[in-house]
Design a protein around this ligand. Structure first.
Ligand code: CTP
Length: 401
C-alpha cells in the first residue's frame, strides 16, 4: 500500500457505538498508509472494542483514563493535542458530539478535542431518529461553524435493524478523506496570502465613528483555510470581535481605510495572493474633531465626507503576477455590477455575496456565493458554512495559479 500518510500523527478517537468495531479496520488502514496513530477511547467505547486489539494494531497503549491505573501517572491531553496533525473521531455518538459542542470535558477524548490545535474530522454513527433529531442537527451545525469537518453518515441498515441515515461512513472512505486533507494541507505551502477582513471605522470625534455591519467572519475563515493549506497568511483586520487560531496567521489590527491601505500595501509587496474581503468604508469625515462634539453647540449638523482610497484598485494597479481577489455585496444587478468591479479594479476573481439569500450576509455563519473570473466564467455555489465557502474560494484560486 502506498505510504500516503508517512510521518503523519493522527489521533483516532473512538466512542461508544456499535460502529466501533469498524474503527479497528480504519486504524489498520491508517497504519498501513504510514501514519502514526494514537487511539483515545471513551469509557463506553471500551464496551464495544477492547483496548488490547487497538493497542496491538497501533503499536501504542490506548489512552482512555486521565490517570494510568497502575502508576497513577497523568495522561496529558495537552501534549496529545499538540502532537496531533489530525484528529479523527470515528464513530462519534450523539452524546460525544453534544459534549464537544458545549465543552463538557469529562473524558480524555473530549479533553483532547478541546486541546487539539489540528484539524478535526468527525464521523457520526447513530440510529436514524437520533441523527434526525433537531438537537443532533443543531450540534452538527455548530461543530461545522467551529471548523470541524463532518463525514456525513450514510444510509442503510442500522444496528437497530431499522433502515435509514446514521451508518458511519466506511473506513475506506474515511481514509480517502484523511488523505485528501493532507494533500490539501500542502497545496499553498510556500505561498504568502494577504487577507483583508471586517469593517473599517472612520472617526468623527474621539467617541464616534462611521462604520458598517461587517463581522469579519468570512475573511477570518479564508485566513484559517489558507493557513491550513500551508500558506503564510497576513490577516489585516478592521475592528472585529474575532480570534485567530492558526499559528501561521500574522494578524495586523487596523481601524480606518487609510490604515488598512498602508498595511495592505506593505504586505502586498512580497505576497502571491491577496483576498480583499473587508467592507471598507467608501467615505471618511474630512476632519476628526479633537474633542467630543457637544450637543448644545448646534441644532443640526452636516458632516463633510471625503472619499477613501480604494484598496483593491490601488493594489490592482501594482498587481504584476499576483492573484487578486475581491468581494462584492450588491442589492441590485449583482452580476453586472460585480463583473464591472472585477474589470475596474483589475481583479482575477470576484466573490459575489447574495443578499437575496437569508443564509448569506453580515454576521452569519453561512454564506452563499457566486464566483466570477476574469475570463467571464462564473460558478454559483449553494449556501454553506463560511469555512466551506472559504475552501471553495481557495480551490478556485488554486486553479488560477
Ligand atoms: N474595496 C477596497 N477599498 C475600498 C472599497 C472597496 O479595497 N475603498 C474592495 C472590497 O474589499 C471588495 C471590493 O473592493 O473586495 C468591492 O467592494 P464594494 O464595497 O462592493 O465596492 P465599491 O468599489 O466600494 O463600490 P460600491 O460601494 O459603489 O458598490
Amino acid at each position: 500500500m502506498e505510504q500516503t500518510l508517512k510521518g503523519k500523527h493522527i489521533v483516532l478517537g473512538i466512542t461508544g457505538g456499535i460502529a466501533a468495531y469498524k474503527s479497528a479496520y480504519l486504524l489498520r488502514l491508517l497504519i498501513k498508509a504510514g501514519a502514526e496513530v494514537q487511539v483515545v477511547i471513551t469509557p463506553n467505547g471500551k464496551e464495544f472494542i477492547t483496548p488490547a486489539t487497538l493497542a496491538a494494531l497501533s503499536g501504542k497503549p490506548v489512552v482512555s483514563e486521565f490517570f494510568a491505573a497502575n502508576t497513577g501517572e497523568w495522561h496529558s491531553h495537552v501534549d496529545l493535542g499538540l502532537w496531533s496533525d489530525l484528529m479523527v473521531i470515528a464513530p462519534a455518538t450523539a452524546s460525544t458530539i453534544g459534549k464537544m459542542v458545549s465543552g463538557v470535558a469529562d473524558n480524555m477524548l473530549v479533553t483532547t478535542y478541546l486541546s487539539a490545535k489540528s484539524h478535526v474530522m468527525v464521523a457520526p454513527a447513530m440510529d436514524l431518529d437520533m441523527w434526525a433529531h433537531p438537537s443532533t442537527q443543531r450540534n452538527i451545525a455548530t461543530l461545522m461553524a467551529d471548523g470541524v469537518e463532518i463525514i456525513q453518515p450514510g444510509s442503510g441498515e442500522l444496528a437497530s435493524h431499522l433502515t435509514g441515515k446514521g451508518r458511519m461512513e466506511e473506513p475506506e472512505e474515511i481514509l480517502r478523506r484523511v488523505e485528501a486533507f493532507f494533500k490539501k494541507k500542502e497545496s499553498l505551502s510556500g505561498k504568502h496570502v494577504v487577507v483583508t477582513a471586517g469593517p473599517t471605522y472612520e472617526n468623527i470625534d474621539p467617541v464616534r465613528f462611521i462604520g458598517n455591519y461587517s463581522s469579519g467572519k468570512m475573511g477570518f475563515a479564508i485566513a484559517e483555510e489558507a493557513a491550513a493549506r500551508g500558506a503564510r497568511v497576513t490577516l489585516i483586520a478592521g475592528p472585529v470581535a474575532l480570534q485567530t487560531s492558526h499559528p501561521a496567521i500574522e494578524r495586523i489590527d487596523v481601524r480606518s481605510a487609510r490604515e488598512m491601505l498602508h498595511q495592505a500595501e506593505n504586505a502586498f509587496a512580497d505576497c502571491d495572493i491577496a483576498i480583499l474581503s473587508a467592507a471598507v468604508a467608501d467615505y471618511a469625515p474630512a476632519e476628526c474633531a479633537d474633542s467630543k462634539i457637544k450637543r448644545e453647540k448646534t441644532d443640526g449638523m452636516t458632516l463633510q465626507l471625503v472619499k477613501n482610497p480604494d484598496i483593491a484598485a490601488t493594489l490592482g494597479k501594482e498587481k504584476g503576477s499576483r492573484i487578486l481577489v475581491g468581494f462584492a455585496l450588491e442589492t441590485d444587478h449583482e452580476m453586472e455590477n460585480a463583473a464591472r468591479k472585477l474589470i475596474n479594479k483589475n481583479l482575477d476573481m470576484i466573490v459575489v455575496n447574495s443578499l437575496q439569500n437569508p443564509l448569506a450576509g453580515f454576521n452569519k455563519d453561512t454564506n452563499q456565493v457566486t464566483l466570477i473570473k476574469a475570463d467571464n466564467t462564473s460558478k454559483a455555489f449553494p449556501a454553506k458554512t463560511k469555512r466551506e465557502v472559504a475552501a471553495d474560494i481557495l480551490d478556485e484560486i488554486e486553479k488560477l495559479k
